[in-house]
Design a protein around this ligand. Structure first.
Ligand code: NAD
Ligand code: MLT
Length: 310
């Protein structure tokens, strides 16, 4: 079993692979040309978000049997090309959800209390809080779009801050809303008009890409805070900037700017936007979980055994 790891995963994951008898090459700084030149030697490839696994790569990957995505979803993996070649694609949908939920809440605190701006001023030896008054969370309404794994973790945690939780997710049962104590919204516009804080937790699909755009901001409660720790583009960046100029949105926290991994998003130049470089899953715990899980899945798939997240 010859496995190429093209983006860093936790050492525990690498150890798991070698314990199972795999020969592992870790090459995390390959150019695209270098990757294409060597991929034909490998039975399995392990990636995170930045390696595009597409037709161009499949054509060179004559031995490839398994692609492991060390993360949630398969956004950077072209599934049709894999399916038609019988290549199994696995991912780790449960392994980093707590970390992603915690960063979403971290961005919420950071934006609502202007923590990075206050820190920056003080680091410049300026003791000045003016213009940076925060907003308390207690009693405010948070609107969650996508009440799946991460959305529900965010909901249960924010309840303990005394927030009202409403959500829009047409694909889950009423009983799930009820069990989580979350008020269901039938229409996205209703949620937009009621919430002080909007946080999106849907996958990126044709339906969700740009789902928070110009028209949705027209329906929004004035002064809202927007958090996107899901995927780039679910909140349209140009529409968000317009909504901020029009004082509809007061602040935003974004972990997934467009253009990743290049720092090219126009949001980087907007005041009151706090941006992190897709760091939702970047904790020791999540990376250990993800690394071990992806290693187990890749080995199982190479051995022709049952794989839970294929
Ligand atoms: P999930 O599949 O468990 O939940 C997604 C929810 O979105 C589901 O309940 C689904 O019904 C709902 N949904 C789908 N389409 C919708 C629509 N059009 N309108 C409203 N709701 C809709 O996914 P998850 O594990 O909770 O992940 C949520 C997001 O977080 C994904 O985009 C994932 O890629 C992202 N994520 C980001 C990081 C990070 O590092 N920032 C880490 C992990 C996951
Ligand atoms: C994810 O989206 O699952 C993670 O952010 C992936 C990663 O950390 O690369």
């Amino acid at each position: 079993m010859k496995i190429l790891i093209s983006e860093q995963i936790a050492q525990k994951g690498v150890e798991k692979l070698t314990q199972e008898g795999a020969s592992v090459d870790i090459k995390t700084n390959l150019s695209r040309e270098e990757l294409l030149a060597i991929i034909g030697e490998y039975d399995a490839l392990i990636v995170r978000s930045n390696t595009k696994v597409n037709e161009e790569l499949y054509q060179k990957a004559t031995r490839l049997k398994v692609v492991g995505r060390a993360g949630n979803g398969v956004d950077n993996i072209e599934m049709n090309g894999a399916t038609k070649r019988g290549i199994i694609v696995v991912n780790t949908p449960e392994s980093n959800i707590v970390s992603a939920a915690e960063l979403s809440i971290g961005l919420l605190f950071a934006t609502c209390r202007n923590i990075p701006q206050l820190h920056n001023r003080l680091q410049e030896r300026v003791w000045d809080r003016s213009g940076l008054k925060g907003m308390e969370l207690q009693g405010k309404t948070v609107g969650i779009v996508g009440l799946g794994r991460i959305g529900s973790l965010v909901a249960t945690r924010l309840k303990s801050f005394g927030m009202n939780i409403i959500a829009y997710d047409p694909y889950i049962s009423d009983s799930r809303f009820k069990n989580l104590g979350v008020e269901k919204q039938e229409k996205l516009e209703d949620l937009m008009s009621k919430c002080d804080i909007l946080t999106v937790h849907t996958p990126k699909t044709e339906e969700t890409y740009g789902m928070i755009g110009k028209d949705q901001f027209k329906a929004a409660k004035k002064g809202m805070t927007v958090i996107n720790c899901a995927r780039a583009g679910i909140v349209n960046e140009a529409a968000l900037i317009e909504a901020m100029k029009a004082n509809i949105v007061k602040r935003a926290g974004v972990d997934v700017p467009e253009g990743e991994p290049e720092p090219t998003s126009p949001l980087l130049d907007v005041d009151n936007v706090i941006i992190t470089p897709h760091a939702g899953a970047d904790t020791v715990e999540a990376q250990d979980n993800v690394g071990i899980t992806v290693a187990q899945e890749v080995i199982a798939a190479l051995r022709g055994e049952m794989v839970p997240n294929a």
